[in-house]
Design a protein around this ligand. Sequence first.
Ligand code: IMP
Ligand code: MG
Length: 178
Amino acid sequence: MEKFVKEILVSPEAIAQKVAQLGQTITADYCGEELVLICVLKGAMVFAADLMRQIDLPIILDTIVASSYGNSTESSGEVIIKQDIKTNIKDKQVLVVDDIVDTGYTLHLLCEKLRQRGPKSLKSCTFLDKPSRRVVDFAPDYVGYEIPDAFVIGYGLDYNEQYRALPYVGIIKEEYIH
Ligand code: IMP
Ligand code: MG
């Protein structure tokens, strides 16, 4: 384990098992239909890359960059799309994939904005969920793991742009947060 990690919450094996399970569920739920998978950059790129290969459906992949105002460990009630998708999602089945839902602002507001474009359906999938931190009334449709209120890194998740490449999800030691 890396020196800046206090505890491993989700091991590489647990990640693989959960992603396979989510892929099976999503494949069954959309049964043969084409899916537009929108990866919320950058945090979700590792999860989305794994997940899409576990979904046995025709997939159109797109990416979006959202920015919620706030500091490095807390977001606030406003979200802007900094880089939009290129796909026209009108009448499409859309799945928005994110790394983690914390207060809920980012994914909730992003889904609201995308819904205004008239998709046939729009659901959300997050690898991690911290329900105890929720500020807005938002429940993602697919959740990998619920985790306690701690700041986590790895598997795409960063602290100040570091640690995204760790193959597991871990809690960062306090002394590395500044
Ligand atoms: P929310 O808008 O508060 O739900 O926050 C969502 C975004 O904040 C996520 O997409 C992450 O980018 C970031 N975030 C929230 N909690 C964590 C964490 O524990 N580690 C790393 N990033 C986090
Ligand atoms: Mg994010």
